[in-house]
Write a protein that binds this ligand. Structure first.
Ligand code: KG4
Ligand code: ZN
Length: 337
């Protein structure tokens, strides 16, 4: 079954065609990095306008790359939640129109579940039950996963997401978009131990996260206490300062993510580990998780980097399992932020 997937939950407009939940026939992503660069981040209204301009050309490109015509699409899947409401609406509206016009089923996909499904599309099926670490721009969560459609929440961030923290730190260091990769790149040349930033562990045994204090500590480290937006604009750093600060910051985030994931594995006795979401591209995080899994005798299923960042292949892939489970959406389905 060939499913057309549509994703527009934040700043990427993406369409893909996936066969039987596994074979990616095409995957097209139109990013808004140039807009984000110009406006210093994602501006929801601008993002929505860009989605409107991109959605049809991106959909057509996905069909062309798959060697298909509209009439060959057997179902349409779309992210309906979570995300920026205006941005979600563009994808949902396009998906409803396609589903109605082609008279094929519509499948409403949860973006977070789709990120975790990336692990299934990246290699052999994960060993279950698995502890799943979802790290994106908007979410940082740990789950106990029993299958592609079954995840019990173990813990989540109480404030900022890990990706959001990377993005803020990058803007303090005046790095260019896309932020996460720019931080990881800058950190390559730095000494992770030269800047010791705080780690928030919360309560003993807690599997929740907090990154807002780390962000503030980064600001103070770079510009002193009481720093303002203007100070960031006027700041001039040496390349060494940027590299060390980026490395110290990355180390602090990775440290917390890895230790809490290890705690989740031990607490649940899970036999597998799943990693998904944009921050999952981070090489230091991936290496540390692999090492932990080796030590604990757990099978690591890390979503491949190209499927970690927002894309529609994971949407169309997961939708196959939803369809098989009879989870088809009515045309009245609504987007939810
Ligand atoms: O999953 P995603 O593409 O979008 C959301 O659902 O939010 O994740 C985007 C996040 C951004 O915050 C970005 O800075 C972060 O993933 N990111 C990274 C890296 N690549 C992307 N963070 C750290 N290291 C990276 N290499
Ligand atoms: Zn995402």
């Amino acid at each position: 079954m060939r499913i057309l997937g549509i994703e527009s939950s934040c700043d990427d407009t993406a369409c893909a065609v996936v066969e039987d939940g596994a074979r990616i026939l095409s995957s097209v992503v139109s990013s808004q990095d140039d807009l984000n660069q110009r406006f210093g981040g994602v501006v929801p209204e601008m993002a929505c306008r860009a989605h409107i301009e991109s959605i049809l050309p991106v959909m057509q490109q996905a069909l062309d790359d798959a060697g298909m015509r509209f009439g060959d699409v057997e179902a349409v899947a779309v992210t309906t939640t979570p995300g920026l409401i205006g941005a979600l609406l563009i994808g949902v509206t396009a998906a409803k129109a396609a589903s109605w016009a082609l008279d094929v089923p519509l499948i409403a996909v949860n973006h977070l579940e789709a990120h975790l499904y990336g692990a299934w599309m990246s290699g052999p099926s994960p060993v279950l039950p698995a502890a799943s670490l979802l790290v994106s721009g908007g979410h940082t969560c740990l789950y106990l996963t029993h299958g592609p459609l079954s995840h019990d929440l173990l813990g989540a961030t109480v404030d900022d997401a890990a990706g959001e923290a990377f993005d803020k730190a990058a803007s303090i260091l005046k790095l260019s978009f896309p932020n996460g990769p720019a931080m990881a790149q800058a950190a390559l040349g730095g000494d992770p131990n030269s800047v010791r930033l705080p780690r928030a562990w919360l309560d003993r045994d807690s599997l929740s996260f907090s990154f807002s204090g780390l962000k503030t500590a980064m600001l103070y480290h770079c510009l002193g206490q009481n720093a303002s937006k203007r100070d960031i604009r006027d700041a001039v750093y040496t390349p060494r300062f940027v590299a060390d600060a980026a490395a110290g910051f990355q180390e602090a985030v990775v440290d917390v993510l890895v230790r809490k994931t290890r705690a989740a594995l031990q607490k649940t006795g899970a036999a597998g580990l799943i990693l998904g979401g944009g921050v999952g591209c981070n090489i230091v995080l991936r290496e540390r998780l692999r090492r932990e899994c080796e030590e604990l005798g757990v099978k690591a299923s890390l979503t491949s980097p190209e499927l970690c960042r927002d894309n529609a292949a994971i949407i169309a892939g997961l939708a196959h399992h939803m369809y098989e489970a009879g989870r088809v959406a009515p045309l009245s389905v609504e987007a939810a932020p």
